[in-house]
Write a protein that binds this ligand. Sequence first.
Ligand code: UDX
Ligand code: UDX
Length: 476
Amino acid sequence: MLECLIIYKNQKPVNIKNICCIGAGYVGGPTMAVIAQKCPDIQVTVVDVNADRISAWNDPDVEKIPIYEPGLSDIVAATRGRNLFFSTDIEKAIDEAEIIFISVNTPTKDYGVGKGKAADLKYIEICARQIAAIARTDKIIVEKSTIPVRTASTIKDILEQVGNKADFQILSNPEFLAEGTAVSDLMQPDRILIGGDIDTEAGQRAIDTLVTIYNNWVPKERIVTTNIWSSELSKLAANAFLAQRVSSINSISELCEKTGADVGEISRAVGADTRIGDKFLKASVGFGGSCFQKDILNLVYIARSYNLHEVADYWEQVILINEHQKRRFAYKIIKEQHNTVSGKKITMLGWAFKKDTNDTRETPAIAVAEILLQEQAEVVVYDPKVTEQQMVADLERYGVDAAVIREKFKVCTTAMQAVQGAYAIAIITEWDEFRELDWAAVYRQMVQPASVFDGRNILHKQTMQQLGFKYFAIGR
Ligand code: UDX
Ligand code: UDX
């Protein structure tokens, strides 16, 4: 076996001239922009069924590309039209490419078997069928989307049964970038993970080909190659571990509020242990984002499908604590408003699930706003990057009545405007500009006694109290 692997390692990687990526979203767009920048000799074409999204990527004003990420517009400006292209001509891009990345969304299923838990793989299947129908030459198919373990075999089945004789190698290459820091995460990744069919010559050659591309800017020792199932499951496990840390510290935050301990001090004390580490220990109003909840639900679903109920229960608890944390934040506001927010203006600062992104998927803002609206508060929001249209769509999707949104939900274009006449402010996203607000001026605009509920612990308690605020942080 070892001998075979050594021989395989000597196979020359395929010379790549054209890469295609299906899916011009938060993952596909930034990842391909960085590959294009780092590999000027490779033509990179990003395709998407959503024509509006593609035309936004092609907007002559590069600041209007559909995804906001620090540093991204500069890379797109330098590469677009040179070796980076955005197009709706999916067939042509598939036909010409030697490597095809699949970066379509894989949301939690909202229908049928596995509803609310399993990943919906319909878009992955559509892509596989499209590739099978079009491809006339050998291709390396790279799973970039996060998917349940063993999805590669589904893709392979479709390609082999529907395709026309070309050879397809399937690789798993999960993306670990975090939104808001996508460009730096892509430029200096902790690791690149590539899983493939390590037991065959063609599989090893495909792995080596992708390694060669990343090796244009990522040192070899940071490129980890594994079998395909380990790679697929590593992505789910990595997100589950990260989310678990946030839920762990959030569970301690509630205990802090009862005992007089300070969760910030606990994070410092616990995180100073190098075996534990200090990252992902910030207590908050709850985690959001497109990945954590979806991937854990998926992990739970897979574990249950193998009758591993103890494993499933363990990971499910990470989500339950997160739900609890979001609800408890909203109920605390209501309790401190003498148990009624009916007719009171409550300002939410921030809607995005974290700072430096306009992404709102699974943002805690939605659950908090829904509870406040149910209690008949007038909810006023300001977020520097999220549009009103997006916020309204989020609430509607969550089941909030359209008439309630129309009457009780308002979006402002500045923070100062949003706080006028408010009884309380809820900080949902840790945008830097909220730290830097003129809080003395904010205080003067509000109804007294003015309360601030700091869902990100970004403000200084004593300073806020000296200004006259009733200040409530998480876990202090
Ligand atoms: C990411 C990851 O890829 C996914 O694994 C993760 O689970 C969720 O987040 P992301 O890039 O954030 O996906 O998703 P999104 O911004 O929704 O972009 C996906 C794009 O794929 C959309 O623009 C959609 O129009 C496109 N798409 C979807 C296609 O082009 N073809 C399809 O068949 C389906
Ligand atoms: C995550 C993973 O970090 C990334 O590797 C993967 O590819 C996709 O999912 P992302 O969701 O973009 O990235 O952001 P991340 O920085 O992980 O934050 C997720 C959520 O956890 C945010 O709502 C954030 O505010 C929250 N969080 C994070 C905390 O509440 N406390 C922390 O200490 C860290």
